[in-house]
Design a protein around this ligand. Structure first.
Ligand SMILES: Cc1ncc(C[n+]2csc(CCOP(=O)(O)OP(=O)(O)O)c2C)c(N)n1
Length: 368
């Protein structure tokens, strides 16, 4: 049995049945396995602070111990409720945090993860959260002691998960492909083919930035400049607005977001639509999932994005769901000087051998 199943069984035996969090690649097999067990309540949250607060409310109502999973990048989102809601000096609410350790010390990782990786243990210490690091093997007795500590002291505790813990877990076919026909790569290629020289693109965390970067690498003569939001997930849209507001020379700003990222800080769209910037456009690449970390569903499928964007105050809502309409709708979208919202229904499938944006300092220099 893989470590993820072993741990979930153990949690169930210890009456831990409520799970919430934001997906992470280190925890991918664990999160996927949650859906295969009966008697589990599992809710994917929009951000890590939201997951902690949801679990805290559930704990207050049931007196049972919940588990919240997240990538260590998400600790930033979680700190507010961890220090001002669940902390022992406030309401003292017990829970287990399971944290994927990106930027783990002595292991290569991308720049956006390195600093957080270095300080993750210290942050947990500052938050007074007793932490157990889990590497290749699982010592259930140690975890049991941590659980008892959390219950007795009524405090959050943490399991800090190294990459190797779930690395060899067989998870079967987790990335079920959706029925959308448009590949993100094809859309991005068509978009950069059509944009004018004075267009700047800000693209979201994960595969979107990586694919856009691939397109640029392979064709240096394309118009426009890009900024890749490699970290700060969920802040792509509001960062783009900042760029649109700050530019002295008139440029067109296109924000390319993902559904997971959009939902993480949905309130930013409210600020954006209220500013009514005519040089700002918003594109949502909607694959209904967090594809970059394992295609876990975001739950956005049931939301009417036309209604949402219009009620937030976007000027127009456009949608592309068929490859044959892509070229024309992109053309219409780019031509109009207005703050429109374009939803593109994309397949959750990326091109193989995807590189990563490098030399971030160069990227920011060239952007403006
Ligand atoms: C605060 C934070 N939480 C979690 C992550 C891990 N993470 C990186 S990309 C990603 C998924 C993004 O989903 P979406 O915006 O829908 O784009 P897609 O991957 O589907 O292209 C997640 C959860 C992160 N980088 N930062």
């Amino acid at each position: 049995m893989g470590n993820s199943r072993k741990l979930i069984k153990f949690f169930l035996q210890n009456n831990i049945k409520f799970f919430s969090g934001v997906p992470d690649s280190v925890l991918k097999p664990f999160i996927e396995s949650l859906n295969k067990f009966k008697g589990i309540k599992h809710q994917v949250a929009v951000n890590e602070g939201s997951a902690v607060s949801l679990a805290a409310g559930w704990q207050v109502a049931t007196k049972k111990l919940p588990l919240i999973y997240m990538q260590n990048s998400g600790l930033g989102n979680a700190i507010n409720p961890l220090i001002s809601l669940t902390h022992k000096k406030v309401y003292s609410i017990p829970m287990i945090l399971m944290i994927g350790w990106r930027g783990e010390i002595n292991r290569y990782d991308e720049p956006q993860h390195v600093e957080m990786g270095k300080i993750t243990k210290d942050i947990l210490k500052l938050l007074n959260i007793k932490t157990l690091i889990l590497g290749k093997s699982v010592n259930l007795q140690k975890i049991k002691r941590l659980i008892l500590y959390s219950l007795k002291k009524k405090q959050p505790v943490a399991l800090l998960i190294k990459k190797e813990l779930f690395e060899n877990d067989k998870i079967g076919k987790i990335s079920k492909l959706n029925n959308n026909e448009i590949m993100r790569f094809d859309f991005l290629k068509e978009l950069v083919n059509q944009i004018s020289k004075n267009t700047k693109i800000v693209s979201t965390t994960g595969y979107t930035s990586r694919e856009l970067n691939e397109i640029r690498k392979n064709n240096k003569s394309l118009n426009g400049k890009d900024f890749y939001m490699v970290g700060a997930m969920g802040h792509t849209s509001i960062f783009s607005l900042g760029v649109a507001e700050g530019l002295v020379k008139q440029s067109n700003i296109i924000c390319i977001d993902g559904d997971g990222s959009m939902l993480m800080h949905l309130g930013s769209l409210f600020t954006i639509a209220n500013q009514k910037k005519h040089n700002f456009k918003y594109v949502l690449l909607n694959n209904n999932c967090h594809e970059s970390v394992g295609s876990q569903a975001t739950g956005i499928k049931k939301t009417d994005l036309k209604l949402l964007s219009k009620s937030l105050g976007f000027k127009e809502y456009l949608r592309i769901s068929k490859s044959r309409e892509m070229k024309n709708i992109i053309n219409v979208f780019l031509k109009k000087n207005r703050y429109d919202f374009l939803e593109v229904k994309i397949k959750n499938k990326s091109i193989p051998n995807l590189g990563r944006p490098k030399n971030l300092k160069d990227i920011i220099k060239k952007f403006i």
